[in-house]
Design a protein around this ligand. Sequence first.
Ligand code: CMP
Length: 138
Amino acid sequence: PTNRTFTMIKPDAVKDGHSGSIIKMIEAAGFRVVALKKTLLTPERAGEFYAVHSERPFYNDLCKYMSSGPIVPMILEKENAVADFRTLIGATNPANAAEGTIRKLFAISMEANAIHGSDSDENAQIEGSFFFAHVDQY
Ligand code: CMP
């Protein structure tokens, strides 16, 4: 069945001018862009988004980084969207990312890893509604 995932292009990749190339790869892989915008998170809102990581040692830096410049959040649709999208972006640590993945091509470090992808259908729904309203209707 067709389902949805959530992604955001992170500040490093937006700043370096890779948004267009990344969106092109996403569409070429068969994903439909359901919703898209360019926006800026405050450190507080970044903290809310990443609340599940609040006990991790990298949490404060992550919130600072994710609010350091514009990001491009998107909701995407495709068959098997969550799993296929995680294959397309590659491992969290770019050193471990497979050839041809978005992170292999554009990530700078474990933190500045170019792009996010939801890890479950449930989180895709939660994360998507953090940025977009009424998407069930389009
Ligand atoms: P993402 O999977 O989008 O969501 C959690 C983010 O935290 C992750 O991408 C990285 O940007 C960051 N992250 C995860 N693990 C580490 C780590 N060990 N050190 C620094 N940043 C990390």
